[in-house]
Design a protein around this ligand. Structure first.
Ligand code: ZN
Length: 346
């Protein structure tokens, strides 16, 4: 569970310094840098050993402070441990907006409901972005109703995690052609910062209309009547692959396959998904439950891109257990076939 859950669980976003650190893992380098000291001191701390248990703070004298617990040895505390720190949610939201490429803006329409900016993926298309922090599903639904009640459409509704999403919430999102995502899903937490995730970039891809000025991708010289199981893709570098169907063999780049991002010369999410299939020798399974829906869409888009490029009938990627498998052979960079099975026999 990521540190984002603190935004849902800590009421008033105020807690003793020791609790932020010990219960939520907020160190100074990561989200801890948004904590600001208040003038208040905690009278108790969370017990790290017993869920729901408390360490009562006892002041014996100046500089002599201890935490007393029924289950743990008495712990020596400093004033810095028990000072109440409040999370500066406005600074945090500003940095989230920057990481996600939003226009700036900050409002608090209701407690725990923050408007953090607008996403403008293309001229004339604007999506308000709202962050709602609560561990009460009803409060998330209320925030949603406030937006839809005002006739808002196409907005982006973020919650720290997806733990408190309800069917009602999802249904309202769908009716409003809005988007429901978690911070866990759209941001990757690093040791000292956070940045937009692949999931967020892929979401941006779905919002940007395909530009007509972009040259249509070249297609592969697929031999007449070839089938998916005759195709073999072997990654040569992160950007190129060797592609073989019968006697047709080409070294191609992501651009050749129509898998460059529309805004620049970078690899698209489809190409990155193709690489994931290569790493699994043709199998891929979502690692994070929260990203499963998004990745399902990515796989489906990859399938369409492959059909366009190779002009082969049937499905190039099919469901398999908890993941998907390719109907063709695909191998990662530097892969060596085991002795007994040659490339063609697979
Ligand atoms: Zn204890």
């Amino acid at each position: 569970m990521s540190a984002w859950r603190a935004l849902e669980e800590v009421s008033g976003l105020a807690l003793a310094a020791m609790d932020w650190r010990r219960s939520y893992g907020l160190n100074l380098a990561a989200l801890g840098r948004y904590l600001r000291p208040t003038n208040d001191l905690a009278e108790s701390l969370d017990c790290p050993a017993t869920p729901g248990g408390l360490h009562t703070v006892v002041h014996h004298g100046p500089g002599d402070i201890v935490g007393v617990c029924d289950h743990c040895p008495t712990e020596k505390l400093s004033k810095a441990d028990i000072v109440i720190q409040r999370l500066d949610v406005q600074s945090l939201c500003k940095d989230i907006a920057t990481a996600l490429g939003l226009s700036s803006g900050f409002e608090i329409p209701a407690p725990g409901h923050y408007f953090i900016g607008e996403l403008v993926p293309s001229p004339g298309s604007r999506h308000g972005v709202h962050l709602c922090c609560s561990n009460a599903p009803a409060q998330l639904e209320d925030a949603m109703f406030r937006l839809t009640g005002n006739g808002k459409q196409g907005f982006i509704f973020l919650t720290p995690t997806s733990r408190f999403w309800t069917t009602t919430l999802r249904d309202s999102i769908e009716t409003a052609t809005a988007h429901l995502m978690s911070l866990e899903e759209v941001l990757d937490l690093h040791a000292k910062s956070f940045s937009a995730s692949v999931g967020w970039r892929s979401f941006l891809d779905t919002l940007v209309p395909r530009t007509t000025t972009k040259a249509p991708p070249k297609t592969f010289p697929t031999p007449q009547g070839a089938r998916w199981n005759e195709l073999a893709i072997r990654f040569l570098t992160g950007d190129t692959a060797s592609v073989t169907i019968r006697d047709a063999r080409l070294r191609v780049s992501y651009t050749d396959m129509g898998m460059a991002r529309s805004d620049n010369a970078n690899r698209s999410v489809q190409w990155e998904m193709l690489e994931k299939f290569a790493e699994g020798n043709g199998y891929y399974e979502p690692k994070h439950q929260a990203r499963k829906e998004r990745e399902k869409q990515q796989v489906s888009r990859l399938g369409r891109a492959l059909k366009v490029y190779f002009k082969i009938d049937g499905e190039p990627i099919v469901r398999d257990g908890q993941g998907w498998k390719t109907a063709f052979v695909i191998r990662p960079e530097g892969w060596e076939e085991p002795e007994e099975e040659s490339w063609q026999d697979l």
